[in-house]
Design a protein around this ligand. Structure first.
Ligand SMILES: [Zn+2]
Ligand SMILES: [Zn+2]
Length: 386
């Protein structure tokens, strides 16, 4: 790509990214964002642009040459229910909603790649540009798949990326095998008999039982699972119906568990039920455990990781390309596509000064846009070599 084009495209992507940032939309509500994406893809001259895939998803298709292989490049479009702390002129104009995970940047990068590939080609086959809704809910990829994504827009493999605060701009990381975890949610409801704070023996309150249960749940990771398995069990909320002078008859414990294998997730649930029932029995209250699986683990295909590293060498300084040391215990619904085809998910630096993801001061760093767009282009050309 000529240097002038690169600068022009960078300016365009920055304008798109800031426009999207100023108009953030929550999962499955990305109507303006999807219309913006579809209008750009049509302007670039793609062979097909289909809206409304899995709710607000958009799929663009670009064909060149005679090759019958197809690859997919994926971006996510949704924002979060967080009130933005920013004085930027392009700050959120949708109160209480903001792009705090950089999906505005991911969308702008993939649009940039679509413009480059539509304009310059130099690949043989089909590229599917997948703009998915509702990644943060862990529902958007499934919605597109349930809407016939693989049948209507078939592809052989898929690539995606996420910006990474703390990693310098122009840096690239990925790894083969597990890279992001499953996320399970749980709710444990304890039911006893509330009563007067001055007469605890006359009721059967739930708060002391709940405190014991929160402590006992810590033994799932520390005493029940292998130290070789990376796992997290986090209690995040303890809510009771107690008040001044009144002991609670009801306590709810909510939380989140992370793991990298389905068997481990199943074992966390099994141990949680044993501990909840045993603890409840010891305190003479009843326990009900509700356990749900929100995200599945993301496992990168080893061959496609090699391909991604090779493509990255065309885009990043070789000294800035690294093997991610360990899997992350955060989750990504990109993993849902990998139930159907092999794929690879990579991380790009958002700068060392970046606020963390999901922080009210976070902002996507526009200096990363060119790297992301060029990586998409490089991997498409490599996998669909002329
Ligand atoms: Zn996020
Ligand atoms: Zn994200």
């Amino acid at each position: 790509m000529a240097e002038l084009d690169r600068e022009t495209l960078k300016r365009e992507m920055t304008a798109w990214r800031r426009d999207l940032h100023a108009h953030p939309e929550f999962g499955f509500e990305e109507k303006r964002t999807a219309a913006f994406v579809a209008a750009k893809l049509r302007e670039f001259g793609l062979d097909d642009v289909t809206e409304g895939v899995g709710g607000t998803g958009v799929v663009g298709t670009l064909k060149r040459g005679t090759g019958n292989r197809a690859i997919a490049l994926r971006a996510d479009m949704d924002a979060l229910r967080i009130a933005e702390q920013s004085t930027a002129p392009y700050r959120s104009g949708n109160p209480g909603v903001m792009h705090a995970c950089g999906h505005d940047g991911h969308t702008a990068m993939l649009l940039g790649a679509a413009k480059l590939l539509a304009g310059e080609g130099r690949f043989d086959g089909t590229v599917r540009f997948i703009f998915q809704p509702a990644e943060e809910w862990g529902r958007g990829a499934l919605a597109m798949l349930d809407d016939g994504l693989m049948q209507r827009f078939p592809f052989d493999e898929i690539f995606g990326l996420h910006n990474m605060p703390g990693l310098p701009i122009g840096h690239f990381e990925t790894r083969a095998g597990p890279i992001m975890s499953a996320e399970d949610n749980f709710e444990i409801v304890l039911r006893g008999l509330g009563g007067h704070a001055a007469r605890p023996h006359s009721g059967n309150e739930t708060l002391v039982a709940a405190c014991a249960l929160v402590t006992n749940l810590q033994t799932i990771v520390s005493r029940r699972l292998s130290p070789a398995d990376i796992t997290v069990v986090s209690v995040t909320e303890l809510i009771t119906d107690g008040t001044r002078n009144a002991l609670p008859g009801l306590a709810r414990i909510l939380g989140d568990a992370r793991s990298f294998r389905a068997e481990v997730s199943a074992e966390i649930e099994r141990q949680m039920r044993i501990i909840a029932e045993g603890t409840a029995a010891a305190y003479n209250v009843a326990a009900e455990v509700n356990y749900s699986r929100e995200f599945v683990p993301l496992r990168n295909d080893a061959e496609l990781v090699e391909a991604a590293f090779a493509a990255a060498r065309n885009v990043f300084d070789p000294g800035n390309i690294a093997l991610a040391r360990e899997p992350m215990t955060a989750s990504e619904d990109f993993a849902r596509f990998l139930d159907h085809v092999p794929g690879c998910f990579v991380f790009l630096g958002n700068g060392e000064a970046s606020a963390p993801l999901h922080n009210s001061s976070y902002d996507f760093n526009d200096d990363g846009l060119v790297f992301g767009a060029n990586f998409h282009v490089a991997i498409a050309r490599q996998r669909l070599e002329v």
